[in-house]
Design a protein around this ligand. Sequence first.
Ligand code: 8Y7
Length: 259
Amino acid sequence: MGVLNVTPDSFFDGGRYLSLEDAVSRAGKMAREGADMIDIGGESTRPGAERVSVDQELERVIPVIECLRREIDLPISIDTSKAEVMRAAVAAGAAMINDVYALRQPGALEAAVDLRVPVCLMHMQGEPGTMQAAPQYDNVIDEVQGFLAQRVDACVAAGLARDLLMVDPGFGFGKSLEHNLSLLRHLDRFDDLDLPVMVGLSRKSMLGRILDRPDGKVLVGSVVLAMLACQRGARIIRVHDVAETVEALTVLGAVEKYV
Ligand code: 8Y7
């Protein structure tokens, strides 16, 4: 899944893909590089990012979705937590919802039930503005898995078909470096939920910390994390660097074919 941020404040490509033309050309490039899906987001969730109104978010994402539907033959995922944005995005042609709040914002669960599209439920401890201040767990794997199991149950109880759901431990969302590493090392524990596992590890600050590289040049590290996640069962990998990730996963796939 290739990331297409249409926000002026996203940490990596923030502000660089704001025009419609630029957004479409970046998505086209990711499609040619082998992405299977494009994730469009209009509100940055990085720590300290400002909140965006419904109208602002709609203004950012809807024209891009409409345009991509015409120009690019790939399913579009809408990265949002707002019910109104979910509804408008799916009406405009989005095929999936990626919600870092796991449908906990007002009206989101009802919207997803009405829309009947696949949904990624992600774990986050706290809120984007403060989540990295002092993340705390007794057992991070049990707690993240328990949260996701609860959200899956809530969705099914509300009328969402279980086979539309996927789960994501939410790397970097209210997690220390140690929490992130533990979740990745034991990612196969999420197989217990019997749903596709999605991960986002691309260019996250845990890489800068592992590599002691504050300049953000963590491409090789990002690709390695993607491979490790795949080896531990992840099915959907959300990345900024599509070509490099596809290359690595193609090699991994070739090896894994042999017993
Ligand atoms: C994730 C995500 C972000 C992630 C899912 C970033 C929107 C921060 N990260 N969605 N979104 N999983 N499902 O660094 O890890 O890209 S935004």
